[in-house]
Design a protein around this ligand. Structure first.
Ligand code: FE2
Length: 399
């Protein structure tokens, strides 16, 4: 049985994995992150360049495989960020030359689907939700067809943009999930719901969220600008429900003094009301916005996935992509599957195979290698940053 090495480098993650006989022997990755702001392609590619050798040797160590046992190098050819893809291709060619073995160019999105085989799924509809990609894909007549997709932003990038606007760093998915869980009594704030046929659109929701965030920040700023003498004029501290965010509550209400939450500030209610009305009262928190974002966008995704199930008649739904790690999305998908008249089974890969990873590249690479889909002439191989899922000819077997 051949051993195939996989390389993933489409965006923020650089990974190396080894696969043999449909099993992942090791799956190592390092992810570029920032404290604020989003992914900077040139910085991400530098990150990949810096860590590629250490990740490669760690993957070899973990799988107990020697370099001369590897028979082919599979790598993410696209779609993705060109600078990041180039770093992966350079490394793949370096290893290919050193070990005198061929390359297997793999489509990253198709790999997200095919790794679903490890869950036991046989012929699923894939709801693939990652940073740059949001697609509903299923196999029909020799190709993986896109039944629905985003018309503008990938859900992951949309969430990261919201995270950037809110100043919570990148990637923001996990933090948004945590914030949403803290939304008081699930305070749903209405957002535009944008499903267009089988597709979704997110830019309108993004603009709406941006306006709501700005309004909240402005309100907070004005509110916080009340000085302490103004705040100390009024004894009535019970009316602090006027403070609409946790930050304001902290600022106005309490400090931790002698380990007790002691009330310090006492707002002048007239002045607060006046200032609040100038900007419009804000009746939500960042947590509520995170919660509403999830409820709205995930409902859109699940609706489109359900339509694809109805259209294709398939009985399996598979989740893929980093956003599919979100527990609320998984829960909503599970509810939809169980409520369909003809029951649909939900498959969720392990988190290590949901996010961007080299395991799925090695896994599909092995299938392609066995089907003769490899290339020895390195000059013929380049990256394909915009390659679409349905451009790939499927010439390998699912199981
Ligand atoms: Fe991905």
């Amino acid at each position: 049985m051949p051993i195939i090495l996989g390389i993933e480098s489409t965006a923020h993650t650089f990974g190396v994995a080894l696969a043999k006989n449909g099993k992942i022997l090791s799956n190592i990755k390092k992810t570029y992150t920032t404290d604020s702001g989003g992914i900077i392609p040139s910085e991400a590619s530098k990150h990949h360049e810096l860590h590629k050798h250490e990740i490669y040797f760690e993957a070899l160590d973990k799988s107990n495989v020697k370099e001369d046992e590897i028979e082919a190098i599979a790598f993410s050819q696209g779609p993705g960020l060109a600078l990041c893809l180039l770093e992966g291709l350079r490394f793949a060619k370096e290893l290919s030359t050193k070990l005198k073995i061929p390359l297997v160019p793999v489509n990253h999105c198709v790999a997200h689907l095919v790794i679903g085989e490890l869950t036991g799924a046989k012929d699923p509809v894939l709801l693939y939700v990652s940073g740059a990609n949001t697609q509903v894909i299923a196999y029909e007549a020799g190709k993986y067809r896109i039944f629905g997709e985003t018309l503008d932003l990938g859900v992951g990038n949309f969430i990261d943009t919201f995270g950037r606007m809110a100043g919570i760093g990148f990637p923001a998915g996990q933090k948004i999930q945590e914030l949403a869980e803290k939304s008081n009594e699930k305070n749903y704030i209405e957002l535009p719901y944008s499903v267009k046929g089988m597709d979704i659109a997110l830019s309108g929701i993004q603009t709406n969220l941006k306006q709501k965030l700005e309004k909240m920040k402005l309100y907070n700023k004005k509110f916080a600008s009340l000085n302490s003498s103004e705040l100390n004029k009024n004894d009535n501290v019970k009316n602090l429900d006027l403070c609409s965010t946790e930050d304001i509550n902290k600022k106005l209400l309490c400090i931790n003094n002698k380990n007790q939450r002691k009330i310090l500030a006492k707002p002048d209610l007239k002045q607060i009301n006046k200032r609040a009305n100038e900007n419009g009262r804000v009746n939500y928190t960042l947590e509520d916005l995170a919660y509403s974002l999830q409820e709205t966008v995930f409902a859109m995704l699940v609706e489109v996935a359900e339509r694809a199930l109805a259209h294709t008649g398939k009985k399996e739904l598979l989740l893929g992509g980093g956003v599919a790690c979100n527990k609320r999305l998984q829960e909503m998908a599970r509810i939809m599957c169980s409520e369909r008249e003809e029951k649909v089974k939900l498959f969720v890969p392990e988190a290590q195979f949901l996010v961007d990873n080299a395991g799925m590249i090695a896994f599909l690479g092995e299938k392609m290698f066995k089907a003769g889909l490899f290339e020895k002439n390195l000059d013929k191989i380049d990256i394909k940053p915009r390659e679409r899922t349905d451009e790939v000819d499927v010439k390998w077997k699912w199981l």
